[in-house]
Design a protein around this ligand. Structure first.
Ligand code: NAI
Length: 331
């Protein structure tokens, strides 16, 4: 079976290690690396690794079509990262246009691809991709995902930092909402395996999960944001999709930021009610051959989590609208 993956922004801080991890995935037969700079070296280097994927290099806007042509999965870490003192929203002005152009390319060259969006602000860039696909008449909400896996990865790690004996791979914290500060809502009351936390632990952990990205931005002192842990998280999510699509595995659940339009009509109304009618939200999503198989509800939450959710919903409404307005006015 042919399985082509295109990485857009492949020469970047995330793009390079992410492409390396994808090159190690033996289900991928073609890895198309696209960037506006430096990508030939990355592709030549990775191309020498003796795994099945053929690596191709695509440098410059005029090569975007060839990179995306017939891709089954497109993963986008293109754009600028944060510097100290910046919020993810500060990136909107530059990254929104980059994402819109890549979405236009994908709508033309691989309209059925699974679209995995890493570029920030994810809360707005995912609605941008959705609006571009709608305008091009190729919208399938079951195939567009905002990658929030890094928050999930961090949560598992941070929990084990205070409960030393727990295996960080086994710990599962559902994270819902979005991917920026107060929109990241860890549901520690639903953690698996079950843990007892004091309220002080819950508040400290929540704060660290919401602002974990800032620790990396500050430690890198102006050189960017998380790249290596993000590459791991991106590869984990891409691999989950590939396992569901190529291998037909069932029961794979990953939190991810999706459109409510991807919900099964029988559950859509109940899910919308949980998020006060928002069009996009991160839920635990069961993956299947078609992409979103089933969006799991938020379910029962603590009083503290209810307050976090209310704050997240308010902020997300503005971020989603910002993405929608960008495509409506600049397309
Ligand atoms: P980077 O600056 O190291 O790399 C970005 C790459 O995108 C560069 O190689 C650049 O040449 C390329 N690029 C720029 N414009 C392009 C275009 N029009 N077409 C194709 N490629 C283009 O940045 P880094 O650290 O890799 O971060 C990338 C993005 O990922 C940022 O927006 C960052 O905020 C986001 N990010 C998202 C996370 C998440 O959890 N979803 C976590 C960490 C970062």
């Amino acid at each position: 079976m042919v399985f082509k993956v295109a990485v857009c922004g492949a020469a970047g801080g995330i793009g390079q290690p992410l492409s390396l991890l994808l090159k190690l995935n033996t289900d991928i037969t073609h890895l198309a690396l696209y960037d506006i700079v430096n990508v030939p070296g990355v592709a030549a280097d990775l191309g020498h690794i003796n795994t099945p994927a053929v690596v191709t290099s695509h440098k410059g806007a005029e090569t975007m079509g060839a990179a995306l042509q017939d891709a089954q999965l497109v993963i986008i870490p293109a754009g600028i990262p944060r510097k100290p003192g910046m919020t993810r929203d500060d990136l909107f002005r530059i990254n929104a246009g980059i994402i819109r152009d890549l979405a236009l390319g994908a709508a033309k060259h691989c309209p059925n691809a699974f679209m995995l969006i890493i570029s920030n602000p994810v809360n707005s860039t995912v609605p941008i991709v959705a609006e571009v696909f709608k305008a091009q008449g190729v919208y399938n909400p079951k195939r567009i995902f905002g990658v929030t896996t890094l928050d999930v990865v961090r949560a598992s790690r941070f929990v084990t930092d205070i409960k030393g004996w727990v295996d960080p791979v086994a710990v599962r914290v559902p994270i819902v909402g979005g991917h920026s500060g107060p929109t990241i809502v860890p549901l520690l009351s639903q953690i698996q395996p079950t843990q007892d936390f004091t309220q002080a632990e819950i508040e400290a952990l929540t704060q660290r999960i919401q602002y974990g990205g800032d620790e990396v931005v500050q430690a890198k002192d102006g050189a960017g944001s998380a790249t290596l842990s993000m590459a791991h998280a991106g590869a984990r999510f891409a691999t989950a999709i590939i396992r569901a699509v190529v291998r037909g595995e069932t029961g794979i659940v990953e939190p991810t930021y999706v459109a409510l339009a991807a919900a099964d009509p029988a559950h859509a109304e109940a899910l919308r009610a949980e998020v006060s009618g928002l069009d996009h939200f991160a839920f635990p999503v069961e993956l299947g051959k078609e992409g979103v198989h089933r969006i799991h509800p938020i379910g029962s939450v603590s009083e503290y989590e209810k307050k976090l959710l209310a704050t997240a919903v308010k902020e997300l409404a503005g971020s989603i609208q910002k993405g929608v307005d960008f495509v409506a006015t600049k397309n």
